[in-house]
Ligand binder design. Structure first.
Ligand code: ADP
Ligand code: ADP
Length: 234
């Protein structure tokens, strides 16, 4: 049994023009601590699958379990990062990173040291008091990553988190992500499980333990590859 188990997951959207079959029976098991990339052409259902795993959208067929529980509603214990860094623009970077604490009814003051530690790891030391617009896109995306990690969720879902960045910033971010992900490294089980959607096959191979290739359309798993390369340690 994996941390995430997908059994014949299908999704058909009801669009104005008629039904759109986005996913045609996806079955896969993802173990705790695995870093899995999802790649495939635009429209093959990667975002749809991520949203279904997060419980943000119900599948129209099949079952999804996360940590042994059937997903029927948004699951609380996840960090999500989207393509655009969705930060509240009237709040400082630090206040944005602390947002999940507030939403979870925790005292943000208690989590402040952790937020500052994450900002420092992400190369944003000193930027906590700034407003998002004072930072570059790449920096904002790193802040969004810090926010996703604040409550130390065991599962991270990332939908092309570096998609809007230029190639060099992208590579930096990929390294940053590995560094943060490997923070409590060593035991695989202690690591976060990551589902990472990307358009870049090199990035997927560089970052992941496993690359799931999807084909369009409707989305199916065309290949499920284990990547056995030493990871760069930073
Ligand atoms: P990807 O992330 O791989 O680009 P998506 O999951 O965004 O793919 O989309 C998969 C397919 O489902 C596409 O054909 C897309 O147009 C369609 N789709 C996605 N969201 C909706 C929606 N809300 N209503 C109708 N069709 C949708
Ligand atoms: P992504 O960049 O993740 O592939 P899309 O551009 O496919 O995202 O979708 C962006 C938003 O538009 C999503 O909320 C998705 O559900 C919706 N959407 C995508 N395709 C369609 C569609 N054919 N009809 C209606 N909504 C769609």
């Amino acid at each position: 049994k994996g941390l995430i188990d997908l059994h014949e997951v299908g999704m058909t959207y009801q669009a104005a023009s008629g039904p759109v079959e986005a996913l045609a029976g996806i079955s896969a098991s993802i173990g705790a601590g695995e870093f899995v990339s999802l790649v495939g052409p635009s429209g093959c259902g990667k975002s749809t699958l991520l949203r279904i795993v997060a419980g943000l959208r119900p599948a129209t067929r099949g079952t999804i379990t996360v940590a042994g529980r059937t997903v029927t509603q948004p699951i609380p214990d996840i960090g999500m990062v989207f393509q655009a860094p969705i930060l509240l623009k009237w709040r400082s970077i630090l206040e944005n990173v602390l947002l999940p604490a507030e939403l979870a009814g925790k005292d943000p003051a208690k989590l402040r040291p952790r937020a500052e530690q994450l900002l420092e790891m992400a190369g944003l030391a000193g930027f906590g008091p700034k407003l998002p617009r004072e930072l570059s896109g790449g920096m904002q995306q790193r802040a969004a990553l810090c926010r996703a990690l604040l409550l130390d969720p065991p599962l991270l879902l990332m939908d092309e988190p570096f998609g809007a960045l230029d190639a060099m910033t992208r590579d930096d971010m990929a390294l940053e992500l590995l560094r943060i992900w490997g923070e409590k490294d060593l035991a695989r089980e202690a690591r976060k499980t990551v589902l990472f959607v990307t358009h870049s096959i090199p990035e997927a191979v560089f970052l992941s333990d496993r690359v799931i290739v999807m084909s369009a359309r409707p989305g199916r798993i065309a290949a499920d590859l284990r990547i056995d390369l030493p990871r760069p340690r930073t």
